[in-house]
Design a protein around this ligand. Structure first.
Ligand SMILES: Cc1cc2nc3c(=O)[nH]c(=O)nc-3n(C[C@H](O)[C@H](O)[C@H](O)COP(=O)(O)O)c2cc1C
Length: 302
């Protein structure tokens, strides 16, 4: 069975990717997972300069999910190109770099640095960050701001730009359209949902920042709905992200319209989760006699 899938002009070996921020820079997993067998690995978010992230605690387990407030700790784009990218190329991984910033100029600066590295297949633009120049408004909740950001990054980029949407909006189709019109090659749907945890005994919030991002199986039905709606709204490939942990989860996202899926929180409880989902997805397709896994994309029946 043909497992390849096309994201814009890019052909992936298969539709199972490691999600940003849950797989380090990829190299941390090279003794655990055969990186060359994955559709792609998406690096943790990269900024122009190294960032220390938030104070601990950074993770809190909830029923069927996980809250995180990592604060986008990373070594910076230049150090990534110099110290991590060469190894990823050596082991044959398809590399997508997740990028973020506090202003449009930061995103452009990361892309300009990464443009100089060889062996990056695409950029994934994290639109869930606050824009400090606009009073902390999240880029991805304002269609005008998202359009401006996407257009600026696309202009600066020598690679396809995937836009990763925030799910914390009333209508995903509005922001999906904005990213499409501004030149996105694909959409990732979606990032973590805003949540909160409080310690009943101390009466204190569990995180210094109070609000954190919810991920894992708890958000799967929410993300599935967003993928379904975005798929109907724009003619772009969609990478589904949110609670995917089994082959059947992946199938559900493909049926809802995703062209590929990303495995995030599942890698925290099973470091081989990406390989597991890939294997199960293959089995599912072969058992049903599919010639190509892409036959599942958007094949939801009424
Ligand atoms: C600890 C942690 C760190 C993350 N860091 C990033 C990041 O740097 N950039 C980004 O776009 N998404 C980041 N995400 C979001 C994930 O890539 C993914 O979209 C989200 O967790 C939903 O998928 P899941 O339920 O499979 O984890 C992070 C998620 C977690 C749990």
């Amino acid at each position: 069975m043909d497992m390849t899938t096309a994201i814009g002009g890019l052909r992936l070996r298969n539709p199972v990717l490691a999600a940003s921020g849950t797989f380090g820079y990829g190299v941390e997993y090279e003794d655990i997972v055969d990186l060359a067998q994955l559709g792609a690995i998406i690096t943790k978010g990269l900024s122009p300069m190294p960032m220390p992230g938030n104070p601990s605690p950074r993770l809190f387990e909830t029923s069927a999910g996980m809250l995180n407030s990592v604060g986008l700790q990373n070594i910076g784009a230049e150090a990534f190109v110099r110290t991590r990218l060469p190894r990823l190329r050596q082991v044959g991984a398809l590399v997508v770099c997740n990028i973020f910033g506090c202003e449009i100029a930061d995103y452009v600066s990361v892309v300009e640095t990464l443009n100089q590295g060889e062996g990056i297949a695409a950029y994934e633009l994290n639109a869930s960050c606050p824009n400090t120049a606009a009073g902390g408004m999240i880029f991805g909740v304002d269609p005008g701001l998202l359009r401006e950001l996407t257009a600026a990054v696309c202009r600066a980029s020598r690679r396809p730009v995937w836009v990763k949407l925030t799910p914390n909006v009333t209508d995903i189709t509005v922001v999906a359209r904005a990213a499409w019109e501004a030149g996105a090659a694909a959409l990732t749907v979606a990032n973590t949902f805003l949540g909160m945890a409080i310690d009943a005994h101390t009466r204190r919030p569990r995180f210094a920042r109070r609000v954190a991002g919810l991920s894992g199986p708890a958000i799967k039905p929410l993300a599935l709905r967003l993928v379904y709606e975005a798929h109907r709204a724009v003619p772009l490939p969609i990478l589904g992200s949110g609670g995917i942990a089994t082959g059947e989860d992946a199938v559900e996202f493909l049926l809802a319209g995703a062209t590929a899926v990303q495995i995030g929180t599942a890698s925290f409880w099973d470091p081989k989760a990406t390989e597991f989902v890939l294997r199960e997805l293959g089995k599912f397709g072969r058992r049903r006699g599919l010639e190509s896994i892409s036959q599942l994309i958007g094949a939801l029946e009424d």
